[in-house]
Design a protein around this ligand. Structure first.
Ligand SMILES: [Zn+2]
Ligand SMILES: [Zn+2]
Length: 136
């Protein structure tokens, strides 16, 4: 397949990117980690980190979401909610979007239940019809 990062062709083993990019990403992680660990950089935000390390905000967000980079000691670090862009410090969706998602999932469940009940009802009616036809 083609590497989504550098577009080079490679044989997919376990990683989703080519071996070159795996190494490159590891290097980027190393840079971010070192920068964030320094006391004088404790107050940095994602943008500062991105500018200082030349690592894209997207990649930094990935590191944080993967749990590779911890932002516990960097109070100003945050990344955008996947849905609305609200700054976040944990999870990939903010509480608001998470609530919406749950609501949608709830509706879908209700729908499914209603459909199931209707089908059961139709089955009962059909078998009642069959029985009454046989009795005559
Ligand atoms: Zn690549
Ligand atoms: Zn959101």
């Amino acid at each position: 397949m083609n590497c989504p990062r550098c577009k080079k062709l490679f044989r997919k083993v376990r990683q989703n990117v080519c071996p070159n990019c795996v190494k490159e990403i590891d290097r980027e992680y190393e840079k971010c980690y070192k920068f964030m660990r320094k006391k004088e950089n404790r107050a940095c935000n994602v943008r500062d980190l991105s500018e200082a390390t030349d690592v894209s905000v997207n990649q930094i967000t990935m590191f944080i979401l993967e749990g590779r980079l911890s932002i516990d000691n960097n109070p100003n670090m945050s990344y955008p909610c996947r849905s609305c862009g609200e700054p976040l410090r944990s999870g990939s969706l903010c509480d608001h979007c998470m609530g919406n998602l749950k609501k949608i999932a709830g509706y879908m469940k209700e729908d499914e239940q209603k459909r199931g009940e209707k089908e059961a009802q139709e089955k009962r009616e059909r078998s009642a019809l069959y029985r009454s036809g046989r009795d005559q």
